[in-house]
Design a protein. Structure first.
Length: 691
């Protein structure tokens, strides 16, 4: 007789776990992850967080798909074929870590500066992005990395004008009567700001977009100024000219709260609208109208973004634009001013997280991540230091995202270069690794975050256990430290302890645990009465600090390295804005997002296409002296004459001929901050036979 059937076991109720989006976006959304039977089944925006409002972008809404993807790397891998072949075999963690530690130790015994960390914002988390890794490399004495590939020019521009990465609070854009969206495709890369801008528009605000590309955002604004790439400073100076000529100035604010007005006034008067119109490629009346609107509308707000600063004069452009609110006294109202980044408002204790004292008096060289292509190909020299012998790459995909990628690929292909990559997927960079170590995703680890588009601290709790054999970045560097014999007590700190150390007593950690987020006590109108965090306490039109560096102390127009039309061989200017469904090279691993994006595209103006016999959808070659890139042309109305838009960043191995748009970008640097000049690139385009 059969035994009686036992009652059906109770099915555990789904759990909701609070977290934070880790990606490089101003919005830093609060997440809610639904977990069933140990599996993340849904990721959504947390409606309790005002800045998120329960809404996520199409990319991050697929985060459960990304975490449980069939192609995810879940075990350590060791290279078995030639570099770049993508041939690997699984190995145990102990074997991988022991060999990595042995090889790094042998290099460090000669000169630890021959070891270079390479990381950026694959996660913006303070723990998985910049804590235990920094401790490890400081203790080792490895080269330092200038993490410059995104925002350093604009950041320096703000520092030398406003005193730091500070600005108006994003929520008060809803109360503005005029909003300039300058160098930002908010719909694609700052979605939650766009919701605020739409609220202002419904309340009667005028929206003006300033961008070389007719973006989705530009289409939905009242007006679009489609200027040439790299001419933003000229436009800002012309606006100043008109503010002066028509006396649309707040003389009291200028006198009490700015420094260097006589010098800036003299410079601005050399840039009448007619001159700027010629430089920018805009109708002169459009410039005058914008100046009138900005000078006579209150409150007026500027949402500036980092597209402006990826050209030779990027730092100066940000400086010039950041001066405008002080001229009109826009800072007096909470809905007036400018916002590029709010990250300077966050009281992060980076010294406690990163432990620079582990350098023990050593002063390693600094490698600029923008020039990694050149630097990997350099030999040892007194000026450069030792040849790079080892790279540890995490939170980045340099073979795809670094400029002048033919050189980057040659560097990574060196047989004498030892490369370790911490990753979720087998990216272009991972193909060149000697070891790939499986890293956890945001749903599987602790982290704590700042934001650069709002002023709330966010905590990320692990929603599920690490999949397969994945380990957090912090744990991987903790394990390597142990094998290198680093016995310093700080290497025993857990990921949760690191979360608590990031802000110390400056943030209510119990509130973070309870709610997942905590607002900073930032004034509604931070500079209504001056008080800028500059040495003078004023908005510095004239910067003594820049003068001491031998740089122009006033903002000015700095022409592009490769201005449009300056070369007969390469007459077109190219910018490479992000494809809407990718975030740099992140999310290219998801077929569902690649299907939406379609294929690598180059946007051309119909006149430029006709002159080259290029039809819509045709396969084209985009080229210059650095290399060539094949993709498909689209005549979708988004490109201005003389400018092409190469949408990025596809993985190279998914593009035509194994290349992407960075095949033709350069390693030239910005005027300040030593940042990249991705949008300062002269090219030619030709039609190819159908493939």
């Amino acid at each position: 007789m059969n035994a009686p059937t036992s009652p059906t076991a109770a099915v555990p109720a789904p759990q909701l776990v609070r977290g934070a989006c880790p990606h490089d976006c101003p919005d830093t959304c609060a997440l809610l992850t639904t977990v069933e039977n140990g599996r993340a089944v849904r990721v959504q925006g947390n409606p309790a967080h005002a800045q998120t409002g329960g809404v996520l972008c199409a990319k991050v809404s697929r985060y459960a798909e990304r975490t449980h993807h069939a192609n995810r790397i879940l075990t350590p891998l060791k290279r078995t074929g030639p570099k770049g072949s993508g041939q690997f075999a699984p190995v145990p963690w102990d074997e991988a870590l022991d060999d990595i530690a042995r090889r790094l130790g042998a290099i460090a015994a000669c000169d630890a500066q021959a070891i270079v960390p390479y990381s950026y914002a694959g996660t913006m988390g303070l723990v998985q992005g910049e804590s235990m890794d920094r401790r490890f490399f400081h203790r080792l004495g490895a080269s330092l990395l200038h993490r410059s590939i995104c925002s350093t020019a604009g950041g320096e521009g703000l520092v030398h004008t406003l005193g730091g990465k500070v600005g108006m609070k994003v929520e008060f854009f809803a109360e503005a009567r005029l909003i300039l969206i300058w160098g930002s495709n908010s719909i694609g890369s700052n979605l939650h700001f766009w919701r605020i801008a739409q609220q202002a528009k419904r309340n009667g605000a005028r929206l003006v977009c300033i961008d070389p590309r007719r973006t989705e955002t530009a289409e939905k604004c009242h007006e679009h100024l489609q200027l040439r790439p790299g001419t933003d400073a000229a436009l800002a100076l012309a606006l100043m000219h008109e503010l002066i000529e028509n006396d649309w100035l707040d003389h009291d604010y200028i006198t009490r709260h700015t420094l260097g007005w006589p010098q800036l006034r003299e410079r601005a008067l050399t840039f009448p609208p007619a001159r700027a119109a010629e430089v920018c490629g805009l109708p002169v009346e459009q410039i005058r109208r914008l100046a009138r609107d900005y000078g006579t509308t209150k409150p007026a707000a500027i949402r500036l973004n980092y597209g402006v600063q990826r050209v030779h004069g990027g730092g100066n452009a940000v400086r010039a634009i950041a001066c405008l609110p002080a001229l009109t006294g826009a800072w007096r109202q909470r809905a007036g001013g400018v916002l590029l980044s709010s990250s300077g408002a966050f009281p992060v204790d980076r010294a406690r997280l990163q432990r620079p004292e582990l350098l023990a008096g050593r002063a390693p060289r600094t490698i600029n991540m923008v020039t990694i292509g050149d630097d990997l190909l350099r030999e040892s020299s007194p000026a450069f230091g030792p040849k790079i012998e080892a790279l540890v790459v995490y939170n980045s995909n340099p073979v795809a995202v670094a400029p002048d990628s033919p050189k980057v690929v040659r560097g990574f292909a060196r047989e004498d270069l030892f490369t370790v990559v911490l990753e979720h997927f087998q990216t272009d960079t991972a193909d060149y690794a000697d070891y790939i170590l499986p890293a956890t995703t945001q749903l599987e680890h602790w982290d704590v975050h700042l934001a650069y588009g709002h002023t709330d601290v966010l905590l990320n709790r692990p929603a599920i256990a690490p999949q397969g054999q994945a380990r957090s970045n912090a744990q991987i560097f903790r394990d390597l430290a142990a094998r290198m014999g680093f016995a310093d007590p700080c290497f025993a700190d857990t990921d949760e302890q690191l979360c608590r150390q990031a802000y110390g007593e400056a943030v209510d950690f119990p509130r973070l645990l309870a709610d997942g987020f905590a607002p900073l006590p930032v004034p509604d109108a931070p500079f209504a009465e001056g008080g800028f965090p500059t040495p003078s306490g004023r908005c510095e039109f004239y910067s003594e600090r820049l003068a001491r560096q031998g740089l122009d102390p006033l903002p000015g127009h700095v022409p592009n390295h490769e201005a449009a039309g300056s070369s007969a061989a390469y007459p077109l200017a190219m910018i490479s804005p992000p494809a809407r469904n990718f975030l740099n090279s992140t999310f290219v691993s998801l077929q569902s997002l690649r299907d939406i994006e379609g294929r690598p595209l180059l946007e051309l103006h119909p006149d430029d296409a006709a002159a080259r016999g290029i039809a819509d959808g045709a396969l084209v070659r985009v080229f210059n002296d650095r290399g060539s890139y094949e993709c498909h042309a689209t005549l979708n109305g988004r490109a201005r004459p003389g400018v092409v838009n190469g949408l990025g960043i596809w993985w190279r191995k998914l593009g035509h001929g194994g290349t992407n748009v960075n095949e033709i970008t350069s390693q030239a640097l910005t005027d300040m901050g030593a940042g990249p000049t991705f949008y300062d690139c002269a090219v030619q385009v030709e039609a190819l036979a159908a493939s």
